[in-house]
Design a protein around this ligand. Structure first.
Ligand code: GLN
Length: 487
């Protein structure tokens, strides 16, 4: 294994900026590593070997002429295959988008390109980002690098597995109800879901538009801060994008928070809510912050028990509407039939997988006349209560700490036929999306069986700098993020 692949994005930038490695060497090292591992891992849907090497060589040439687009110019990343670009096929893990290539570019991918970064490939995901295990993909399953018989988490499981396996230094994921943070936790890497509106959704294929957000997956908080700096910012093409300046996230890391109050929500650490080992590792992690001067306070988020239900009503409602565009006429897969109606029906029946169909049915039901008030409206009211819970909690603390997931990675196949169990595994992440808050997952240790666990840190809107500073402080004191799976 080339030593280059064990480096973080920031370390690679230093090497390249000091002329100690070329962009081509770096990109090639990660591509070679991916070629070696993909047969067992399946984190990527596509690798762009030729194009990526060409782009890296272009970067070397431009750098030699002093035309450096950013510190990350010529450095590799991977992209969840839910962000569109004329240069990439975007299927969202679905048969219905087979062969789909958009005629336009997602804003985040435009920003990545302007920074000169090299997309080495697209990563696997649950179909249309619906899932927590990366098993709902038309491209097959992705394995967890720490134990190939287990799930990597989802829906951004491919991105998290690729970063954990050192196939790429950083990757983009998306998070509607935990899809960045949960796979990051289950694969032992860092994942950040930004504040809703912080990063443009233009060109992000919609699952649940009021919840979706793009964010970085990396091995260090420093790298996550760097990639967030590349993709964040106002975008007039996304009406929900916030028109506020982008702080220097990397600079914020060296501003360790003083007098930090860490809120521990009573409802999240109830003994029946998570594996005992998960709670122990979380409390250990909080003690590390206490040793650096933080104070812990108990807070309450009383509507937490309704979070999963509210989330699965709202996200399915939005999905049923968003996914109505896949009718066999405009995109991807079309089934042959004698009549138009029959063509719609067959294309959707054959094009969508079981979980997506389940959600479209559920969402259509909760929005239908007679049920709207009982389900959809009720869920929106609960959403408001959940947002208020957080507002109140943040009157007494600066960040909230919880486990990211109630347990470690589970065996492949274990929950595929038990959707409820799968949904319940999202209990610690979905309320953050309902409230639109930023949250970070950092590796905080391992179970006795050697499976990684994550600490989730949640902050008020736009307080990413605070989150990143706390996460960075934690990583300075611990070395969980240095551990590499044996592959
Ligand atoms: N696991 C959650 C779901 O299935 C979250 C998915 C996501 O964040 N995209 O909806």
């Amino acid at each position: 294994m080339s030593t280059l692949v064990s480096r973080s994005l920031c370390e690679l930038a230093q090497l390249v900026n000091a002329g100690k490695a070329s962009c081509r060497e770096v990109t090639e090292a990660f591509l070679d590593r991916s070629d070696q591992l993909e047969g067992r891992l399946g984190a990527f849907v596509s690798l762009r070997r030729e194009e990526a090497l060409r782009e890296a060589e272009d970067a070397d040439r431009l750098r030699a002429r002093g035309e450096v687009r950013s510190r990350w110019h010529g450095l590799p990343l991977a992209v969840k295959e839910i962000l569109v670009s004329p240069n990439l096929e975007t299927t969202c893990g679905s048969r219905i988008l087979r062969g789909f290539r958009a005629p336009y570019e997602a804003t985040v991918l435009g920003r990545v390109r302007e920074a000169g970064m090299v997309v080495i490939g697209t990563t696997n995901m649950d179909e249309f980002a619906m899932g927590s295990s990366c098993e709902n993909s038309a491209h097959g399953v992705t394995a967890n690098p720490w134990d190939l018989s287990r799930v990597p988490g989802g829906s951004s499981g491919g991105s998290a597995a690729a970063v954990a396996a050192r196939e790429v230094p950083v990757a983009l994921g998306t998070d509607t109800g935990g899809s960045i943070r949960q796979p990051a936790a289950l694969c032992g890497v860092v994942g950040l879901k930004p504040t809703y509106g912080r990063v443009s959704r233009y060109g992000l294929v919609a699952f649940a538009s009021s919840l979706d957000q793009v964010g970085p997956i990396a091995r260090t908080v420093e790298d996550a801060a760097s990639l967030l700096g590349v993709i964040a910012g106002h975008d007039p093409r996304d009406s929900t994008s916030m028109d506020v300046g982008v702080p220097d996230y990397a600079a914020a890391l060296d501003d360790p928070p003083t007098g930090l109050r860490v809120g521990i929500p009573r409802e999240f650490v109830a003994e029946d809510g998570a594996d005992p080992e998960v709670l122990e590792r979380m409390h250990d992690a909080v003690r590390v912050l206490e040793a650096k001067g933080a104070k812990t306070v108990e807070v309450s988020l009383p509507h937490t028990p309704y979070g999963v239900a509210a989330y699965y009503l709202i996200c399915t409602a939005e999905a049923s509407s968003n996914l109505s565009r896949y009718d066999g006429v405009k995109y991807g897969f079309r089934s042959e039939a004698a009549t138009l109606d029959e063509m719609y029906k067959r294309s959707r029946s054959e094009g969508f997988g079981a979980e997506v169909k389940r959600r479209i049915l559920l969402g259509t039901f909760v929005l239908s006349a007679g049920y709207y008030d009982a389900y959809y409206r009720k869920a929106q009211q609960v959403r408001t209560l959940i947002r208020q819970d957080f507002q109140r909690a943040f009157e007494n603390c600066d960040v909230i700490a919880t486990p990211t997931s109630p347990g470690p990675a589970w065996p492949l196949g274990e929950r595929v036929n038990d959707p409820l169990k799968m949904y319940l595994s999202d209990v610690f992440t979905v309320t953050v999306n309902l409230a639109g808050l930023p949250a970070l997952s950092v590796p905080c240790g391992f179970t006795s069986a050697g499976l990684p666990l994550g600490l989730q840190l949640i902050a008020p809107p736009l307080e990413e700098p605070r989150l990143l500073a706390v996460g960075h402080t934690y990583q300075r004191e611990t070395d969980w993020h240095q551990a590499a799976p044996e592959l």
